[in-house]
Ligand binder design. Structure first.
Ligand code: GLC
Length: 421
């Protein structure tokens, strides 16, 4: 954005600071889930007061898929309207060419960040974005309802299915007509890819695309996972789950109308808030596995800050990216939004442990979170994901069986791969 030729003064306490440098107008594009933007604005206000620059938030829809569509248009047009983009963890390999290499600008702080997060944003030698926060989903459950109905916390998806049905039926029989068993992200978008990767991997059905680029997704174990999931729609989950994104699921759970929810970390602080109907009544655990002896899988999420090559104020934009990721701001974000930080030290901070217990509790899950195959599928990841969520969504909608949809998916992925990713 614009450079304003300005000379300004500001007061900090009793000291007058004068900056004769040029103040600029920056813009940051940022999605809106939960309290993300509220805390962002607060931190931008601090940045403005400290530097004299101004920063505008360009607000995006909730869905990462919708955001990506818009970002690609701006980037293809080489637009200078946006200086800093908040980028989903999966995008780096697809959009690296449009961003500056942050490596030379963060050499002094890079080692303080979670190594895997830095790696996820590194394409070739380029650091496309400086990691802002991570994501590793949890199974949220109503501990009051499990206790009331004498049920343990489920460890497998099959147990979750039975327990959810039992409690939902009993609660409905007692007059709670709005109660559902399980809510998650079932709309046809990237969020469903995250959920479905967890189901399939936790059954032992392999990856959407394997790390070596091979395609093995059309297998009976993956079909078994998807058949169980399809059985949830209209039983333990509302029919509407086929259109649910993160905030839809949270709305149902937080108003007290679901026994279980799969959601990202941000939902914790909100569900524990004073205006939540489930405050004090819920807890979190790792997502179930596909059976005894099988692993639980949590998809790696997160959002990171990159400076576009087309920005006319790159130096100030870099300053902003560093500022939003400094210790103080990461700590505040972790406490207020329960988003896992990207600075290792924040996990050890005693104030964070006291005020947001979810953060240290979830560190091992974040460390073990499973990336989507964006590195394997490279520039074609978005198409891969879209084919995958379509196959899953069709199965959940009763539009073909899991076996049919996975066979079709395999053919489409092979065509997409061609001679190589
Ligand atoms: C969360 C994750 C992001 C993921 C998205 C899917 O925002 O952080 O990585 O793509 O959910 O809905």
């Amino acid at each position: 954005m614009k450079r304003i030729a300005a000379f300004a003064t500001t007061f900090v306490g009793a000291t007058m600071l004068a900056w004769s440098s040029v103040a600029v107008e920056l813009s940051i594009v940022h999605g809106s889930v939960g309290r993300d933007q509220e805390i962002l604005r607060k931190q931008l206000d601090k940045f403005e007061a400290e530097t004299g620059h101004t920063v505008t938030i360009v607000s995006m829809p909730e869905s990462t898929t919708d955001q990506f569509g818009q970002y690609k248009l701006w980037l293809a047009a080489q637009s200078s309207d946006i200086d800093v983009y908040r980028l989903d963890v999966i995008w780096a390999p697809q959009i690296a060419d449009h961003f500056i290499d942050l490596n030379p600008h963060v050499a002094d702080i890079k080692g303080d960040f979670v190594a895997g997060a830095i790696e996820s944003q590194t394409v070739g030698d380029k650091l496309v974005a400086l990691p802002m926060f991570l994501g590793a989903p949890a199974l949220y459950y109503r501990k009051d309802l499990l206790e009331k109905h004498g049920e343990p916390v489920p460890e497998t998806w099959q147990q979750l299915t039975t327990t959810a049905q039992k409690i939902m039926d009993a609660e409905r029989a007692a007059g709670n007509d709005d109660m559902f068993g399980f809510v998650f992200q079932g709309a046809a978008y990237e969020g469903l890819t995250c959920n479905a990767q967890e189901w399939i991997v936790s059954f032992g059905g392999g990856r959407i695309v394997e790390n070596d680029g091979s395609i093995k997704i059309n297998n009976p174990t993956a079909a078994e996972a998807l058949n169980l999931v399809a059985s949830w729609v209209g039983t333990i989950a509302p029919e509407g789950v086929l259109n649910y994104k993160e905030e839809d699921a949270r709305g149902v759970f937080q108003s007290g109308n679901a026994v279980f929810m799969r959601n990202w970390n941000y939902a914790y602080a909100l569900a524990a808030g004073d205006d939540s109907a489930v405050k004090g009544k819920f807890a979190v655990t790792t997502l179930p596995s596909g059976g005894e002896g099988l692993p639980s899988a949590a998809t790696l999420g997160g959002w990171h800050l990159g400076v576009t090559k087309y920005s006319e104020n790159q130096a100030e934009a870099i300053e902003l990216v560093r500022f939003l990721n400094n210790y103080e701001n990461q700590k505040e974000r972790a406490i207020v939004t329960s988003r896992p930080p990207t600075l290792n030290a924040v996990y050890e901070d005693p104030d964070v442990a006291r005020e947001q217990e979810f953060i240290p509790l979830w560190k091992p899950v974040v460390d073990g979170a499973l990336p989507r195959p964006s590195a394997a599928a490279k520039r074609k990841y978005n198409e891969v994901s879209s084919e995958f969520w379509t196959a899953v969504h069709n199965t959940m909608s009763g539009n073909g069986t899991a076996e049919e949809n996975l066979a079709m998916l395999e053919a489409k992925l092979k065509r997409l791969k061609g001679a190589g990713w």
